[in-house]
Design a protein around this ligand. Sequence first.
Ligand SMILES: C=C(O[C@@H]1C=C(C(=O)O)C=C[C@H]1O)C(=O)O
Length: 348
Amino acid sequence: MKKIEPNWINSFKKPLIISGPCSAENENQILEIAKRLDKNYVEIFRAGIWKPRTRPNNFEGIGEIGLKWLNKVKKKKGFLVAIEVANKIHVELALKYDIDIIWIGARSTVNPFTVQEIAESLKDTNKIILVKNPLNPDIDLWIGALERLINKGIKNLGVIHRGFSIYKNLKYRNIPNWKLALKFKKLYPNIPMLCDPSHICGNREGIFEVIKKAIHFNYEGFIIETHCDPDKALSDSYQQILPEKIKEFFSKIDFKKKKNIKLEYKREFINELDENLIYLLSDRMILSEKIAIIKKINNLLVFQPKRWESLIEKYINLGNRLGLSKKLIKKIFNEIHKESINIQNKII
Ligand SMILES: C=C(O[C@@H]1C=C(C(=O)O)C=C[C@H]1O)C(=O)O
């Protein structure tokens, strides 16, 4: 990748906060959210105009009229405005309505044809272009998207870590990969990196915990979804927070208090893995309950020595291959098995 000069981000407060609704729904909603966002914290107003929904027949965005509402936010409320684009027509409209910041969504970053089309229609723009990570944790795909934009003379670039798609939701809707994002940062230190806690979490509860982590990892900014009535939002209602929450949270953060990043980063990894272990254990015990119901109906014994012996042998071998002692595997799985038997005995 060509060298990128340090840049546009310096003209904003640190951290840069982009906020606003997942989707523009109506003019009142847009103006109300803009009114309630504190401009001492939020400098850029976001709103989805075209929404890439997983299943059809959902609200797929308000379209061009929403760009007029964003112009009002710009003129009346003094925010810069940001939207997502996913094709040439979106780009043309974004430029026509003088949108200041344009981002490419995760579902577009995965597709080089889409990125190429967007890059060509943005050719030589001075607008700020942000690229969300692709759905799958493939750093080259992310870098490739930036290269396509750079090749078309686009200079004001940034990236957004919005987490990666997973088959099964454990704690997150899209699991953050801090390691991959930090690797990116190391490779391209002059490209500002923002964090999108709303899409990482997929719920309101975890958002500020994710922001705190990202602050420790030196992220330059955040894109956070806000709505004046989150429960009634037409898209992603679970993850939007009230506009006032932004000031409430950021006013309490001491940005000078930095922790040891290397240690924090490793600890973060451990916490993440431990939490996933707990989620998996919970799933495993739920399955034991279901098995107990089947055993009850079929008059079977709870303890199945043959199955248990074959399982423990298999696990010891797998542990051995992965550098874990027989003693450890036996200890852990004996406890798990004991608990599983207790659960089943209560049902039978
Ligand atoms: C879950 C079962 O019941 C018991 C519990 C087991 C476990 O938790 O791994 C395995 C065998 C049985 O002793 C089963 O029969 O598969």
